[in-house]
Design a protein around this ligand. Sequence first.
Ligand code: NAP
Length: 484
Amino acid sequence: MVARIIPVEPFDLVIFGGTGDLARRKILPGLYRRLADGQMPPEARIIGAARSDLDDDGFRELVREALYEYQREEDLDSEQVETFLGLLFYVTVDAKGDAGWEDLKKLMNPDRVHAFYFSVAPSLFGPIAERLKDRGIADDEARIVVEKPFGHDLESAKALNASLAQHFNEKQIYRIDHYLGKETVQNLMAVRFGNMLFEPLWNSQYVDHIQITVAETVGVGGRGEYYDRSGAMRDMVQNHLLQLLCLIAMEPPSRYDPDAVRDEKLKVIRALDTVRPDDLVRGQYLAGPSGPSYLEDVGNPNSLTECFIAMRLAVSNWRWAGTPFYLRTGKRLKARTSEIAIVFKDAPHSIFDVPQGRHSNVLSIRLQPNEGMEMSVTIKEPGPGGMRLIDVPLDMSFAEALGEQASDIPDAYERLIMDVIRGNQTLFMRGDEVEAAWAWTDPVIADWESRGHVPSPYDQGSSGPDDALMLLHRDGRRWRDIRQ
Ligand code: NAP
C-alpha cells in the first residue's frame, strides 16, 4: 500500500535564514522529500534569503551539501536532487537593512501561493514583516511561518504578536510547534475522535492519571549560553508538552478545522491550575560518562536554570477534575524517547487474586523513536497453571502495521510546510494560545525565582532527580520506564 500524495498548488517559498542550521538540517531536506514524493509541483520555487554573499549557484551548492549530509542515503536520487536544486534561488538581504528587497520582489512570481518562512532569530521577525508589507512583497493572501521560541515570557510574546499583527492578520500567521506535525500526534486525534471505543472512557471516572515524558540523551553543549537563559520550562514545557497535554485533554471540537480545534486547546490551557511548589521538581545533570555537568556545559557555576523538570498538573474542569497529569522532560537521561501514557483505573472489584493498583490498561502513544501506539490489557497466562494474569501489549507500531506506507510518513517539518501551502492552520499555534501558555508559565517561574529555588542534581543516564520519582510515589503511582 503506498501513501496517497495530494499535490499542493504551485508556490514561491522564501526562507529567511536559508543558509542557517534549521534550514539546512530540516526545512530544505524536508522540501526535497516532498518533491521526490510528488507532492511538490515542479513549478514550485524556493528562495533562500540571508546576508551571506551568495548567488543562485552558491546557494544550490550549499543545499546540495546539506542534502548529502542530512538526508537518508536511500532517499537521495541524483536526478531528483538536480531537479530540486533547479528550483532554488537566492537573494542577499539584510532583515534590518534596505538592500536586496527589490531583488526579492522581482523574483516573486504573481498568481501563486506566497509563503515566507522566518527561520531567523525572533528579533528579526518584526523587521522582516515590516519590509515584506511596506515594499509590497507580501499581499493579504501571503503566509508567514515563524519558528520557536515565540517569546521568552508573556510580555515578549505579546510584543511579538503585536509586531506581526501590524502587517499580517492572524489567518496569515503560522506559528510552528513541530511536535504538532508528528504523525502520532495527529493519530491521537484520530483515535480519540474517530472511534467510539475510547471517548466514553476519556475522563476522570476511568483515567487514573496521564504521563507525558520527553526525554533526551543529549546535553546542552553547543547551545549552552542560549539554553541557560531559557531552561526546560520555557524551552519544552511552555510549548511542546503543553500542546500535547491540550490534545489529550481537550473536548471534541465540533469540526476538524483550525479554529474549532484551537478554541478547544485554548480552553484546556485556561483550565490549568498553577503548579504548587510541592508538585514541581527541577534538576541539573552532574558530570558523567557522557560529558561534563550542566553547570560546566553552560559555563556558569552559579546557574539556577533547570535542564530537567517534572510536575504534577491539574486541569480544573468537569472532565479531568481529580485526574493528575504528570509531565517530565530533561536532558542526559536514560534514553531518547517521547511518550504519552493514558493510565486507566483498575477494575472496581477484582474477582481474581491480584492486588489493586496494577493499572493494567495503559494506552501509550510513542512520538519517538518508532512512532506508534500500544494498549496493554490483562489476559490469562497461557497454560495449565490456574488463573494467573499477565499484562500483554496490543501493539500498533506503524512500521509493522502499515509496512511500506509507514516508511513514507513525512517528517513533521515536511507536513507542516505543506499545510502552510494548503492554507491549513490546524496544526499551528494561534496567538491567543501562545499567550495563554505564557500566562500560565510566567507565575510558576516567578514563584521559584522568588524562592531562589536550587535545582536538584541528577546522574547522567538516569531518570532524573530522586525527588521526581517521589512526585509519583507519594501518590501511590510510578513513572513509566524511560526506554528507547
Ligand atoms: P542559525 O544557524 O544561526 O541561522 C540563522 C540564519 O539567519 C542564517 O541563515 C543567517 O544567515 C540568517 N540571518 C542572521 N541575521 C540576519 C539578518 N540580519 N538578515 C537576514 N538574515 C539573517 O540559526 P538556526 O539554528 O537556523 O535557527 C533559526 C531560527 O529557528 C531561530 O529562531 C531558532 O531559535 C529557531 N529554531 C532552530 C532550531 C534548530 O534546530 N536549529 C530548532 C527550533 C527552532 P546570514 O548570517 O548569512 O545572514
